[in-house]
Design a protein around this ligand. Structure first.
Ligand code: GLN
Length: 456
């Protein structure tokens, strides 16, 4: 913990931590020391973590990297962080992210962007650590903490993990409680571990997950021993390679990465089969209707009355002006865009054409996966991202659709509620990390982690 705290002090330039909690860390670390001495030490005991700013942490600023939550200190602890702390984990501070987890580059944060510790060849352009869990990715890759919490609505754990060369797991929807995590799109959001390797992901998931009566979508299912599942034996497993993920204009390096990963799994004894997920091409448009729709509803609570920021009002302003001015000042441009898109697709005149249609597409995407799993496929291998990390600012001024394309390989997994993991799989020509994604059957994180372990 002390080593991490001093590393954080020297790493302001990375912009990974937005709020440090050294006093809490020291207190928790001492308590964990005592537990270790007493012989009562679960695996997470004494492990220094960074916590994404989307998690409500009691008495500690929790702003979802938004101006609208300025000064907000929750009165309560999220289920995930409280489970981690009960297991002896230590909180070093809160981590940067895209505002309300909307973005793929950490550039929509009110705190400014986080930076990727990696560089492109000899070029010293600062690169994005990805998003929305960009601070988590940057902090773990730069050894500022041993692991971090992330959340993933459309790829926000897996894409940043791939961009910085770490492991990121999005569990099955319902495996991890969403209680006390600021909501973005409630039917897609899921928290998970961002770690240095697959074993750490297994250990951290164990402490994070389980049934929580405070989240009605949390599953009341037994939790297996994830670490015990890591045998590395995948003989006889069937791995599907979906042809629809072979996109036009896919960089050769990504093709090669994917082929190399396939060979590794085959050499480890897995059976490789070509599969088809025919509705893949509709996933991104469906996601960018459903996620903003849910966000527009979730974000209605930020009205200047109950949380954070309230605009200065002029003489004669009423409650409408208060809402309008507060929300115009407190929300950044991307969040405002999503609220407008979401409100539009839910409006009476367009509900059937957009929102309802997207829901139907979502059901078809889920059915595609159900069918391949029913045919005996155990896991699906794809690239995690369509490219390596890009330069900060390179995409920010482009058409927002360019940014949304980052999620092309990851959003299907959220739409279908499946577990997905991104593992580091090599470097591109310029020396930047690339990741491969494995998608598993629902609730079979143990098996998925073991397949990822074989790929590591
Ligand atoms: N990049 C996607 C978005 O902007 C996903 C974000 C996420 O998973 N939180 O919506």
């Amino acid at each position: 913990t002390s080593a991490c705290l001093s590393a954080i002090e020297g790493a302001d330039a990375l912009g990974a931590f937005v709020h440090n909690t050294p006093d809490i860390a020291t207190k928790q670390a001492k308590a964990s020391d005592a537990r270790i001495k007493a012989g009562d030490a679960p695996a997470m005991c004494g492990i220094p973590l960074g916590i994404k700013d989307l998690f409500c942490t009691k008495g500690v600023p929790s702003q979802a990297a938004s101006g609208i939550l300025d000064g907000f200190k929750p009165e309560y602890e999220s289920t995930v962080t409280s489970q981690l702390f009960d297991a002896g984990a230590v909180m070093l501070g809160k981590l940067n992210m895209d505002e309300f987890a909307m973005g793929s580059s950490n550039e929509t944060s009110v705190y400014g962007n986080a930076v990727n510790p990696w560089r492109r060849g000899n070029d010293d352009t600062a690169l994005t650590p990805g998003g929305s869990s960009g601070g988590s990715a940057s902090a773990v890759a730069a050894d500022l903490c041993l692991a971090a919490t992330g959340t993933d609505t459309g790829g926000s754990i897996r894409q940043p993990a791939a961009f910085v060369g770490i492991t990121g797991l999005k569990p099955t929807y319902g495996r991890v409680s969403r209680w006390g995590i600021v909501a973005f799109a409630s039917s897609l959001d899921q928290a998970g571990p961002m770690t240095k390797d697959v074993r750490d992901a297994a250990i951290m998931l164990q402490a994070m997950c389980g049934h929580d009566p405070k989240d009605s979508t949390s599953a009341d299912l037994p939790v297996p021993d994830f670490e015990a599942a890591l045998t590395g034996d995948i003989k006889g497993k069937t791995i599907g390679i979906p042809k629809e993920y072979r996109m036009d204009g896919m960089p050769e390096e990504i093709e090669k990465l994917w082929a190399d990963g396939t060979t590794m799994l085959k050499d480890a004894g897995a059976k490789i089969v070509d599969i088809s997920l025919p509705h893949t091409k509709y996933a991104l448009p469906a996601y960018y209707v459903i996620a903003p729709a849910e966000a527009s509803s979730n974000l209605a609570r930020y009205d200047g009355v109950r949380f954070g920021h309230r605009a200065q009002l002029a003489q004669g302003d009423g409650i409408t002006e208060m809402y309008e001015k507060t929300r115009a000042e407190g929300f950044g441009a991307e969040v405002q865009r999503r609220v407008m898109v979401g409100t539009y697709v839910l409006s009476a005149g367009f509900y059937d054409a957009y929102y309802n249609r997207a829901r139907k597409v979502r059901a078809l995407i889920k059915r595609d996966f159900d069918e391949v799993f029913a045919d005996g496929v155990d896991a699906i291998l794809t690239p995690a991202t369509p490219s390596a990390a890009f330069g900060l600012g390179e995409m920010a001024d482009a058409d927002p659709i360019q940014m949304y394309l980052n999620d092309v390989f990851t959003v299907t997994v959220n739409l279908a509620g499946l577990p997905g993991i991104s593992v580091p799989a090599g470097l591109d020509k310029q020396g930047l990390p690339l990741g491969l994604q494995l998608i598993g059957r629902p609730w079979e994180e143990a098996d998925l982690l073991n397949t990822a372990y074989a790929l590591e």
